[in-house]
Write a protein that binds this ligand. Structure first.
Ligand SMILES: CC(C)(COP(=O)(O)OP(=O)(O)OC[C@H]1O[C@@H](n2cnc3c(N)ncnc32)[C@H](O)[C@@H]1OP(=O)(O)O)[C@@H](O)C(=O)NCCC(=O)NCCS
Length: 357
């Protein structure tokens, strides 16, 4: 009998507040050099839509914080798994900015978000270890790798893994790139289960590239003229990220399949970080080209970016939850399907996990 790491429950929190592209018409966008754009916002937004595919995104309620979203996703995953919350051995929360109260600029990670979630879930068990994982957007996928290692080693048997981010609290509304970002949370419960076949997490690949890449995503001053240099917002070098992702993510996905002993034709879905549509499509195309295939199979890559934007660590678990629960048109999952989770983000970090349902 093999001990497998199986996802036994999923959950997500998708904030109800929809922010449409047209809502950015009133903003004043500036270039990196703090100069106003000469083109009208309408044109910038149209171009943004053509590149990213994003029509709308979600922002959390003013009175909510990141850990509140994480807790909501966790409650749903625990319910879906039908488990007693006191039996959890670990809670791992992937995020990058902690809790930030609306209209404040201070990240709060004391205590950790995992502690806050455990508190909100009212878990008594002191042997349920709660910690945070900061790994850029690939944090949730990396937490799956942690969970599998803990389960394989016998350190734990039941683990709650959450990806949660409130990017709307770190946006420079004068930077057109801010339109990419969104809020949300996704969660899964993983369990070590003995079965005759190998299933669950089959293998993984990950890399951290820092020599040239460490500051492709960073905190920086607002693009608005004469802005306060002491206040910092999420910033990115989009072109460099794009090229980095295209060069490295497909290779990591290929390595992951190799490590997992999975043939490319067995892959039924690729749950890739919802960064932006153009980049995701280019990555999946390049991935299949590595195997000599010019066209990826139809419906291989579920997408939520059009309506949910880029919610960092939350995109992959949310997307998986939506497909698993039949909420995404043209996408179903069946017992025995092999899927890939893959991500890229600040660090720069990349990773991929192969999973058999
Ligand atoms: C940001 C990104 C969309 C810009 O595309 P690009 O082709 O590299 O950027 P360029 O600077 O060459 O600009 C191309 C065109 O898009 C426009 N553009 C760039 N960023 C834009 C934005 N955020 N909104 C609107 N238009 C934008 C430019 O003005 C330019 O327009 P033009 O062709 O009319 O001159 C692209 O680099 C990208 O997808 N990067 C990855 C970003 C990402 O996913 N980050 C999250 C990481 S987890």
């Amino acid at each position: 009998m093999k001990k497998n790491t199986i996802i036994i429950g999923t959950g997500a929190y998708i904030p109800p507040n929809i922010v449409r592209n047209a809502d950015f018409c009133q903003e004043r966008f500036y270039t990196e050099k703090q100069e106003p754009f000469t083109v009208e916002n309408k044109e910038i937004i149209q171009k943004f839509y053509e590149i990213t595919g994003i029509q709308e995104r979600r922002y959390l309620d003013d009175d909510m914080k990141n850990s509140d979203m994480a807790t909501e996703a966790a409650i749903e995953a625990i319910k879906d798994a039908g488990i007693d919350k006191e039996t959890l051995d670990y809670i791992i929360v992937a995020h990058n900015f902690g809790d930030i109260k609306k209209n404040t600029i201070q990240t709060n990670i004391l205590p950790s978000l995992a502690s806050r979630v455990k508190y909100r879930l009212e878990i008594n068990n002191p042997n349920c270890i709660a910690y945070d994982l900061i790994f850029g957007c690939p944090g949730w996928v990396q937490a799956l790798i942690h969970a599998k290692s803990f389960i394989d080693s016998g350190l734990a048997n039941r683990i709650l893994v959450i990806g949660s981010e409130s990017l709307s609290r770190v946006l420079d509304m004068h930077d057109r790139d801010s339109m990419i970002y969104s809020d949300g949370a996704g969660a899964v419960i993983l369990e070590g289960i003995h079965s005759p076949d190998k299933k669950g997490i089959l293998g993984h690949a990950a890399q951290s590239n820092t020599l040239n890449e460490a500051y492709y995503l960073y905190l920086g001053q607002s693009f608005m003229k004469d802005s306060d240099p002491a206040i910092r917002y999420i910033k990115m070098n989009g072109r460099k990220i794009y090229n980095y992702a295209l060069t490295n993510v497909p290779v990591a996905m290929q390595k992951c399949l190799e490590n997992s002993g999975v043939h490319i034709d067995e892959v039924k879905k690729v749950f890739i970080h919802q960064a932006n549509e153009k980049m995701d499509e280019a990555m999946i195309l390049r991935f299949y080209k590595l195997f000599g295939q010019d066209e990826p199979p139809q419906y291989i890559m579920p997408m939520s970016i059009h309506k949910l934007g880029n919610s960092s660590v939350a995109t992959v678990p949310t997307l998986f939850h939506l497909v698993k629960t039949g909420q995404l048109e043209n996408h179903v999952l069946n017992e025995g399907d092999v899927v890939l989770f893959a991500s890229v983000g600040a660090g720069m970090n990349i990773n991929a996990v192969a999973y058999k349902l």
